[in-house]
Design a binder for this molecule. Structure first.
Ligand code: ATP
Ligand code: MG
Length: 405
């Protein structure tokens, strides 16, 4: 059946007034971004529903994109019919016939937003239901849990028929919670943390530290490719790469090995906070989970966190690794994350980092370094790319990474 329209029901719209308006406007913008290459669509975001008129565009393709947009509770592809009973009846039969199987049960559920229409909802339920019974032998009416619920909506501009409610991604439209900086490595956890931040409406910008020549071009491309996978939830994501070589070499040279990791992490966080300040970010997000590794004890988090007063939000903090992996598989980042490209932390990891570092010690060791100069040079070397759904960064060297696997 060629659908004419998709009716979208909003997610958690508990907020009212100005917030409600901004939720709806933002969702409208995000849906337009996600569907940008379907030129014939006409998208209207009203107070209660969003209506996407297909004007001949392929409904299956539009539906598969819509499934990933945050802020949508569910949606129904529907067919618009003229406001005449016989047309509605004929379309109802055609629609149900397409999925008919012997013994199938159904009911008709009518709503009217136009109360001047000549039949009321009960009459319409009867008139359409009995016509379906007469014309599809073997079908039965069932009020509770039927196989098919045919929804009929009478509006002033036409009558809309639909039979399925497709579950949306839930969450909040990306952007409604403001902007945050996401510390993205190439690992499993930070892409999952990114997904969870996006789900609650955070417009994230990725911050990725890389250390050439110790880390390869492929490690950088992997982080970009992960960003492209996550961009399907918001349309596009900014990717900020920060050169980290000088800092890592200096820290390795001047700081005792037990504090290498703590001091490096303090630099990462300082740099991310500086970027947030410059770019109007309200918070920092990362993929830390309690107790996974030495840098993720509470003592360690406290020692690292001490460099900034900006909120550091850790969406996966209390998840087990298996729970994180389940999400990574669901959002299709897992296979990429486990590709074996060394990142800057693995290469400069000390043999036995302190699991309970002390803040005073970390500060004492940092006094030996030119912290401001190192920060300034790293920030001067950043590069920003805008990454869209469908962008590819790893394919050109398929052979090279096939060999690595
Ligand atoms: P992940 O799976 O996200 O790499 P992890 O369990 O391996 O996490 P770490 O490598 O210790 O843990 O990193 C903890 C967090 O620090 C990461 O989740 C990420 O937010 C941040 N981080 C680590 N390395 C980088 C990097 N190269 N660039 C940006 N952020 C990083
Ligand atoms: Mg890691």
């Amino acid at each position: 059946m060629q659908y004419t329209e998709i009716m979208v029901r909003y997610g958690e719209l508990s907020t009212k007034g100005k917030n409600r308006r901004s939720f709806i406007d933002r969702l409208g913008t995000n849906v337009r971004h996600t569907l940008h290459d379907f030129k014939k669509l006409d998208i209207k975001a009203n107070r209660d529903r969003m209506h996407i008129q297909l004007n001949g565009e392929d409904s299956d393709k539009v539906i598969s994109r819509l499934r990933d947009v945050f802020g949508i509770q569910n949606f129904s592809p529907s067919i618009k019919v003229e406001r005449e009973l016989d047309k509605v009846q004929a379309t109802a039969v055609a629609l149900i016939k397409e999925m008919f199987h012997p013994g199938m049960t159904f009911k008709v559920n009518t709503r009217r937003s136009d109360h001047d229409f000549k039949y009321d909802t009960n009459e319409l339920n009867d008139l359409i239901g009995s016509y379906v019974l007469e014309n599809i032998p073997g079908i039965k009416v069932k009020m509770k849990d039927p196989d098919v619920t045919l929804r009929v909506e009478v509006r002033t501009n036409g009558i809309f028929l639909s039979h399925e409610k497709i579950k949306g991604a839930g969450g909040m439209p990306v952007g409604t919670a403001g902007k945050g900086m996401m510390m993205l490595s190439g690992g499993i956890d930070s892409p999952v943390a990114s997904y969870l931040a996006l789900k609650r409406g955070v417009d994230i910008e990725m911050v990725h530290f890389f250390s050439p020549p110790y880390t390869s071009e492929q490690a950088l491309n992997k982080a970009k490719e992960l960003t492209a996978r996550l961009a399907k939830y918001s349309g596009r994501i900014k990717f900020i790469q920060v050169p980290f070589t000088e800092i890592q070499e200096t820290v390795k040279h001047d700081v005792p090995s037990g504090y290498l990791m703590t001091v490096q992490r303090r630099f990462m966080l300082r740099l991310t906070a500086a970027l947030a300040q410059k770019r109007d970010g309200l918070a920092i997000f990362n993929g830390e989970a309690l107790g996974q590794v030495a840098s993720q004890t509470m003592e360690s988090m406290a020692a690292i966190n001490e460099v900034t007063t900006m909120p550091v939000i850790r969406p996966v903090v209390s998840m087990d690794k298996t729970e994180i992996i389940d999400i990574a598989q669901k959002i299709d980042t897992f296979d990429l994350s486990i590709m074996p490209f060394e990142d800057c932390c693995t290469i400069f990891a000390p043999p036995s980092p302190k699991t309970k570092p002390r803040i005073d010690k970390a500060k004492e060791y940092e006094e030996r370094l030119d912290v401001d100069g190192l920060m300034e040079r790293a920030l001067a070397g950043i590069k920003i790319t805008e990454i869209k759904v469908g962008d590819e960064f790893l394919n050109q060297n398929e052979q090279a990474f096939a060999e690595l696997l």
